[in-house]
Design a protein around this ligand. Structure first.
Ligand SMILES: N[C@@H](CCC(=O)N[C@@H](CS)C(=O)NCC(=O)O)C(=O)O
Length: 209
């Protein structure tokens, strides 16, 4: 197995944390996104969509989406379960992870990529050209604030995002909260339940993955 990774980037970090929670050490190969290595001929042959993470399996398949990689790893290494243990918890994990991705992670990406000079004409990942739209940066930022407010209220009721057990939904949320620093937004300052949760999940060994 090999993970095509880029240390500073949020999406591959989700996989690294997931693997660390399971005690897995997957060899990595760094793809330097800052230098545009994702657009090289070599990497396009691995993932024509030019994104990381990519997991190369021992059978030689290339899995290019975070959640597909997590499902694969959970199947091979079921414990500790990070995608839920039964019908109810699996549904809750999938639901909260999807909410975190849609309303949090992609809103963050919208805010960050439409306002950072490095992403000029590259406002969306992938080989195509997309101009930055300042209105999208502003909209993304307010969507992130709204998302965090809702999550703070959720975390007043439950210990972890999907309920009683730590799951992939917490991994997605942790990556989002750390990512908010990139747009100079203090996610936990006025959100005590989120701050309590953040302190707990950041203290896990996997958080440094
Ligand atoms: N839908 C993909 C998204 C992966 C993604 O957007 N990765 C970013 C890094 S966080 C990337 O590779 N960006 C390349 C670029 O910006 O050119 C997944 O969930 O794996």
């Amino acid at each position: 197995m090999k993970l095509y990774d880029c240390e500073p980037a949020p999406s591959p970090r989700r996989v690294r944390i997931f693997a660390a929670e399971k005690g897995l050490e997957i060899p990595t190969e760094q793809v330097n996104l800052r230098d545009g290595e994702q657009f090289s001929e070599n990497f396009r042959a691995i993932n024509p969509r030019c994104t990381v993470p990519v997991l190369e399996t021992n059978e030689g398949n290339l899995i290019t989406e975070v959640m597909a990689i997590c499902i694969y790893l959970e199947e091979l290494y079921p414990q500790p379960a990070l995608l839920g243990e039964d019908a109810e918890s699996k549904a809750m994990v999938a639901m909260w992870n999807n909410i975190a991705e849609t309303d949090g992670l992609w809103a963050m990406a919208e805010a960050f990529r439409n306002s950072t000079p490095m992403f000029k004409d590259h406002a969306l990942p992938g080989p195509e050209t997309y101009p930055q739209l300042p209105e999208l940066a502003a909209r993304g930022r307010s969507r992130v604030e709204l998302f965090l407010d809702r999550i703070d209220r959720r975390l007043e009721q439950v210990e972890y995002l999907a309920g009683d057990a730590y799951s992939v939904a917490d991994i997605t949320l942790l990556v989002i909260v750390d990512f908010t620093g990139w747009i100079k937004l203090d996610a936990t300052a006025k959100r005590p339940a989120l701050a309590r949760w953040y302190e707990g999940v950041s203290a896990r060994d996997s958080a440094s993955a």
